[in-house]
Structure formats: C-alpha cells, structure tokens
Design a protein around this ligand. Structure first.
Ligand code: SF4
Ligand code: SF4
Length: 177
C-alpha cells in the first residue's frame, strides 16, 4: 500500500522547522533509549528508504542538486575531467572552490551539471557525495541522525523516512499523549 508521503518542498521545510524540538527528542531516543541493535535499526531504515524512494521521483525534485554545496575529492575531479575531456587543472579552475573548511566543493549552486529536465549531465561519473546522498543506506544510522535531521528539510526522501521512523519506533511519544 502506498505511504501518505509529503513531496512539496516548502511544506516540508515548514513542517521540519515546526517539528525541530520533536526531531531532537526522537534523535535522543534513538541514540539513548531505543532497545534495538544497530543492525536491526539499519535494516528498518534501509527497508523504509527503499519503500519511500520507490514512491518519489528524483527528477521531479532535484532539490539536492539545486540547493546543496557538493563536496568533491581528487578521484571525482579526475573522473569528471576525463568525462568532459578537459584537464584536471582546467576542470578545477572552472568548477572547484574551497569551502570554509578548506574542502573542495563545486563552485556553483545550483550545480552546473544539472540539466533543465532535472537530470544530471554527468550521472555515471557524478561525485561520490552525490552517489551516497541522502546517506540513508550507510551503516550505523544511529550515529548519523544529526545529518538525517539536517537533510530532512532538503530531501523529501529523508523527510518521509524520518517521519515513518518516528511513527514506527517512538513509543514514548505515543505514551506522552
Ligand atoms: S535525493 Fe532527495 S532532494 Fe535529491 S532529488 Fe531525490 S528526493 Fe530530491
Ligand atoms: S553532479 Fe549531478 S547529481 Fe551531483 S549535484 Fe550535480 S547534477 Fe546533481
């Protein structure tokens, strides 16, 4: 049965802002009180993410590519330069800057490789940080809940997964009401 998902970004941002306190209480519950192994929790997050992602078409959204600063490493630069058939130096001059932490990032927001149809023009060679986004499949979700809260106001997949996890796992919340 399809989930009742929210996809509208302004609505998601309002909801995420209004529920910030609840989100941090749920985060504390996951980290300190939920009696469940990391493996089992990761399995639930993966299964929920798979289900939500099947119901959300990234090409109708592309909000991550439109609004986030994209981290790149030297392997990414080498791959992307080869794809564009330019030198690494040319690629770096044209597309890379250092952020406040001196990490390399794509120098434009929205990303210059995003096409008008919301597809990525370098998809097969996109940076590793794009391949991993929205970071819900990595192990030890319990240690990455801050990133989930932060990404939930940008990404409808993270937002909806987080809401489903809250409803499914946060028994104390129901007890309080
Ligand atoms: S990963 Fe999230 S923010 Fe990016 S396009 Fe897909 S739904 Fe939108
Ligand atoms: S490289 Fe592709 S996937 Fe990554 S932000 Fe740019 S358009 Fe999006």
């Amino acid at each position: 049965m399809p989930d009742n998902l929210i996809r509208d970004i302004p609505l998601i941002q309002r909801y995420a802002k209004n529920n910030e306190v609840d989100d941090f209480h749920f985060r504390a519950y996951l980290k300190g009180y939920l009696n469940m192994s990391n493996e089992k929790l990761d399995g639930i997050v993966k299964e929920t993410t798979d289900r939500v992602w099947k119901q959300i078409d990234c090409t109708t959204c592309a909000n991550c590519c439109k609004t986030l600063e994209i981290l790149v490493d030297n392997d990414d630069i080498q791959r992307l330069a080869a794809r564009l058939q330019i030198s690494k130096r040319e690629f770096t001059e044209k597309y890379i800057k250092l952020d406040d932490y001196q990490d390399k990032v794509i120098n434009q927001i929205p990303c210059p490789f995003l096409q008008e149809d919301n597809r990525c023009s370098v998809y097969e060679d996109r940076p590793k940080s794009c391949q991993d986004y929205p970071y819900l499949f990595a192990s030890e979700f319990r240690s990455r809940t801050l990133s989930a809260i932060s990404n939930s106001s940008c990404c409808p997949i993270v937002f909806n997964v987080w809401q489903i996890l809250k409803r499914r796992l946060w028994k104390r919340r129901r007890d309080r009401r």
